[in-house]
Design a protein. Structure first.
Lengths: 101, 440
């Protein structure tokens, strides 16, 4: 099961910090997101360094998880040599992760 | 004023569409129309523009936007708030007065909010996070101001308020505090009002823009996307919507995505006005592209203000070239390795370097192609110390035409100055806000 089948996502940026909000389409799938979409799972999908700070905030009322990744944007939107310097594509990329059963 | 006010969002960034704002001004029955046009980097660019021309440094589209919306705003009694003042709010106010006179609108009161520029206090900044704020190569330093000066300008009768660096939600909170007279320590109301401002600040991102994903999240008529309106009540609760007969959609899903946009800790969204708590916000679908916001709250505002510091940080040089057909990925890899080796041979030392295969790993570093793509675009991008060095990157990519792998085509090159943005903190007592007035 792809994350995309259960949830939608929006990515934001402030300085060199990226946040990816993942929102369940249906309330009954929130538990499954909470179990399957761990910080480590996100770290792996985004090819982050093992020591890169990543924190998951839980928003049960909104059926959402918010991942905050520091130092994710190679110096931030103004300095980064990345093609997508905002990291705006990262949320959609994350939706391609396999959640398992 | 009555029991609710109507606030429209006319722009979510400096180059945003103008016609949706005109539609809002004409049909929205708005009390206030707010334009958020100042990103982290924009103000540093504006400071550079003002250095080149003392009368400049405000938003390049200020005149075009005002010309488009002022007639309807004047007719309907809609007041305008915007950070289009950028690095020169007073210059922007003077220009706005000229535009109003040009349109035959006499007697409009235009307020400029100044005080965000703290370049002369750069030595006083404290670290924001781990990185110490820079003191060298500084091109701009702007404190994020809160809602106070905006509310005061509206209290004093401003038809248009133009600011520089103000926290985005504060642009919207200013009109609410003016209309409802909320106390400066009414944290719950300020927190809810900040949530409403945060939802509105990116304009079309609340109404179905940045949302569509065909087959999963379909959105109708995005070419005619309507911009959002919030009807805000005295308790800070609100109904979010858009005009009839516009494209897009307003749903619990679009509102939830935008609430969490650029959010870190949902219980502590920090602005100069309040520590807002978004974690308890509830959205209720009212149908017909209307969503009610309730819940949410806040706690005391931070003791210090965030400062955005722009620094000269070298030049970015970039070159791209396409490869297609069987073996295109291998040829693109070869092309980039040649460029990498050439930089070393020529004694060029990038401060940062990216070698991407667009279509495979430019977004997610380390990703591999899942199948043989029909084409791929190789990209070399390096941050260099000087403009001359940065130009060499594009030239080395262009040289792949005759010196690189077979079948390379469509070279493009670019060079731009890099302005890094680093955040710092400053004591509130070291930042003072003031209003300057122009009358059309």
């Amino acid at each position: 099961m792809l994350l995309r089948d259960l949830a939608h996502a929006r990515t934001g940026d402030k300085g060199d910090v990226s946040n990816i909000a993942v929102i369940a389409y249906r309330a009954e799938d929130y538990d499954r997101l909470q179990r399957g979409l761990t910080e480590d799972r996100v770290r792996e999908r985004l090819c982050l360094d093992p020591d890169q700070p990543i924190r998951r905030h839980e928003l049960p009322g909104l059926k959402a998880l918010n991942f905050v990744i520091e130092g994710a944007l190679a110096g931030g939107v103004t300095r980064s040599a990345s093609l997508d310097a905002h990291g705006k594509c990262l949320g959609a990329w994350l939706l391609g992760v396999e959640l398992g059963d | 004023m009555g029991t609710a006010i109507r606030i429209g969002s006319g722009a979510g960034f400096s180059e945003d569409r103008i016609d949706p704002a005109v539609d809002l001004a004409e049909r929205g029955r708005l009390d206030f129309l707010v334009f958020e046009c100042l990103a982290e980097r924009t103000i540093a660019l504006a400071v550079g523009a003002r250095q080149a021309d003392q009368a400049g440094g405000y938003d390049p589209l200020l005149e075009e936007r005002l010309r488009a919306v002022l007639p309807a705003c004047y007719l309907n009694g809609t007041r305008i708030v915007s950070n289009m003042g950028a690095a020169n709010p007073q210059g922007a106010a003077r220009r706005a007065a000229e535009v109003a006179r040009d349109l035959g609108l006499v007697g409009l009161k235009i307020a400029a909010v100044v005080g965000d520029d703290v370049r002369d206090r750069i030595d006083e900044l404290e670290p924001f996070g781990q990185e110490p704020p820079p003191t060298e190569d500084v091109v701009s330093a702007n404190a994020y101001l809160g809602h106070e000066a905006i509310a005061q300008a509206l209290d004093e009768g401003a038809h248009i308020v133009l600011t520089g660096r103000v926290a985005d939600p504060s642009l919207f909170l200013g009109p609410m505090v003016h209309a409802f007279g909320w106390r400066a320590d009414d944290w719950d109301r300020l927190g809810r009002g900040t949530a409403v401002g945060h939802l509105l600040e990116c304009a079309g991102q609340l109404t179905g823009g940045y949302f569509a994903d065909p087959g999963f999240k379909d959105v109708a008529d995005l070419a005619r996307l309507g911009f959002p309106i919030a009807e805000v009540r005295d308790d800070g609760s609100a109904v979010l919507g858009k005009l009839e007969n516009t494209g897009g959609c307003v749903s619990v899903a679009t509102c939830t995505e935008q609430l969490l946009y650029e959010l870190h800790d949902p219980q502590a969204y920090l602005t100069p006005d309040v520590t807002a708590d978004f974690s308890t916000i509830v959205f209720t679908d009212l149908g017909e592209d209307q969503v009610a916001l309730s819940g949410g709250g806040g706690g005391p505002r931070p003791r210090k203000l965030k400062v955005s510091v722009g620094v000269d940080d070298g030049w970015l040089g970039e070159g791209q070239i396409s490869y297609a057909g069987p073996g295109c990925v291998e040829r693109a890899h070869l092309a980039l390795s040649i460029v990498d080796e050439r930089l070393a041979l020529c004694g060029l030392e990038p401060l940062d370097a990216r070698f991407d295969l667009i279509g495979i790993d430019a977004v997610a570093r380390g990703a591999a192609a899942v199948a043989a793509p029909s084409e791929v675009r190789a990209r070399a991008a390096c941050r260099m110390r000087t403009e001359a060095e940065a130009r060499r990157i594009g030239r080395e990519v262009a040289a792949l035409y005759t010196n690189g792998p077979s079948g390379g085509g469509g070279v493009s090159t670019a060079v731009r100055p890099v302005i890094g943005i680093v955040s710092g903190l400053i004591d509130r007592t070291r930042v003072s806000q003031a209003l300057h007035w122009e009358i059309s």
